[in-house]
Design a protein around this ligand. Structure first.
Ligand SMILES: *Cc1c(COP(=O)(O)O)cnc(C)c1O
Length: 383
């Protein structure tokens, strides 16, 4: 099955379309250039050179040194690796501070560790999805191994105050990890000016194929590998690298860095146009999350007294893709843990949809999506 011509894809926080230039960069590494990058002969060395170019490209987007980038299989692995490494650094620090609105990569890891005896402090959020910094400061203790908080929320787009959080971690002398999967390619990052030990990234959220990610590890930070095996990735991650995907990831980061401001402006215009029209034309519609400190591409909207699953299916009938909750939890009967943590009722959470835009969306698509939404809402309300 191919994507129908009329597909209007507004679920770019779940995954993104592969940029044709990314695919083009990858193809040689899926065909002629199949050498093992760890091999000693030139046919292998040539592939290793491509890996290192990709590392430099990813570092370019993050504003860090190439040797601070470790390639992983996905964003989830990067986050798992950061958390486990922080815990193994000091046996007397077996406490983690995190938030109730994290992606399942962090959430489930921490729940699993809690069962093994690691103490977890779960920070709540206010109605905008924001943390209380005083509460955060109090939660970080002398025996805390790690403060981990996402940079941008995948469901609402809410941006956490990363500057303040890294300051708290530094003052208290604990490691800070941020899941930056939703920020990379959307907002500028400058890791050289930051005080962050670990940062997680994922390729498929920025127009690279699925199955590749990266963990930024500050060069001054001790790291214990999560995947143990060969000495790939400077001994920080065993296993022969997914070369083609890494090359694509590098290209995607290079492209994102080159057009970051323009892309952010493009999606902001579309998002604001969409959101503005929906709020004006759909009675009972409201925005979830922080309207100011928010990703430029994301809007999470509640539609009073409408079942979001039904709405999603009617939109699907019209070729519009969006999300109820995160992709990882949709299909389940549970209302979004993010909206619940913000104090919303189950009913409110179950009437909310996320629309997320990318550089490949157009204004015409945005208007088509509004029309489809108006039709779907009218249909549900007429029943
Ligand atoms: C998608 C996503 C992840 C997981 O990345 P994968 O590469 O799919 O494992 C982690 N965190 C956030 C915020 C995400 O949106």
């Amino acid at each position: 099955m191919t994507a129908p011509h009329s597909l209007i894809y507004l679920d770019n926080n779940a995954t993104t379309r592969v940029d044709p230039a990314v695919l083009e960069a990858m193809l040689p590494y899926l065909t002629e250039l199949y050498g093992n990058p760890s091999s000693a002969y030139r046919f292998g060395k040539q592939v290793d050179t491509a890996l290192e170019t990709a590392r430099t490209q990813v570092a370019g987007l993050l504003g860090c040194e190439p040797q601070e980038i470790v390639f992983t299989s996905c964003g989830t692995e990067a986050t798992n690796a950061a958390i486990l490494s922080a815990l193994s650094a000091d046996p007397d620090r077996q406490h983690i501070v995190t938030t109730r609105v994290e992606h399942s990569a962090t959430l489930k890891m921490c729940e699993t560790l809690a069962k093994r005896g690691v103490e977890i402090t779960w920070l709540g959020v206010d109605s905008k999805g924001q943390l209380d910094l005083e509460e955060t400061r109090k939660a970080v203790r002398a025996d805390t191994a790690l403060l981990t908080a996402m940079w941008a929320n995948n469901e609402t787009g809410t941006l956490f105050p990363i500057d303040a959080l890294q300051r708290i971690a530094r003052e208290k002398g604990v490691y800070f990890h941020s899941d930056a999967v939703q920020v990379a390619g959307k907002l500028p990052l400058q890791m050289r000016q930051a005080d962050i030990q670990f940062l997680s990234l994922s390729g498929h959220k920025l127009h690279c194929p699925k199955g590749v990610g990266a963990l930024y590890i500050n060069r001054k930070t001790r790291f214990s590998p999560f995947l143990v095996g060969g000495s790939q990735e400077n001994g920080k991650r065993g296993g022969t690298q997914n070369v083609a995907s890494i090359v694509g990831f590098g290209k995607a980061c290079e492209l994102a860095a080159a057009t970051l401001q323009a892309d952010a402006e493009h999606v902001r215009v579309l998002r604001d146009h969409f959101e503005g029209r929906v709020l004006a034309e759909v009675t009972g519609a409201s925005v979830n999350g922080d309207p100011v400190h928010r990703l430029p591409n994301t809007t999470n909207l509640a539609f009073a007294n409408i079942d979001s699953e039904a709405l999603l299916l009617l939109l699907d009938d019209q070729g519009v893709c969006c999300s109820a909750g995160s992709a990882c939890t949709s299909g389940s009967v549970h209302p979004s843990h993010v909206l619940k943590a913000m104090g919303h009722s189950d009913a409110h959470a179950r009437s909310s949809l996320r629309f997320s835009f990318s550089k490949f969306n157009s204004l015409a698509e945005t208007d088509h999506a509004v029309a489809a939404l108006l039709k779907a809402v009218a249909k549900i309300r007429s029943l």
